[in-house]
Design a protein. Sequence first.
Length: 79
Amino acid sequence: MARGEAASRQLKRLVAGAEVVCDLQAEKYGRILANCAVEGRALGEAQMQAGLALACRRYSDLCRCRKDLQTHPHRSLGL
């Protein structure tokens, strides 16, 4: 199974039947960044902890989970 498929399934499980709350912020190029949570649990952080996502180095100040950047300091993949 591809990692993307596993990440999609995990995200569907995390949000199933729950209210998703997102904090939207525009970055310098006008793109919208969303930090979303379910019952106070950050979805991006949950995906990273499950090994299904990596923190985006450029926007790491927006993430509460920095472990991936410490483990893989040269990676710059988005969620």
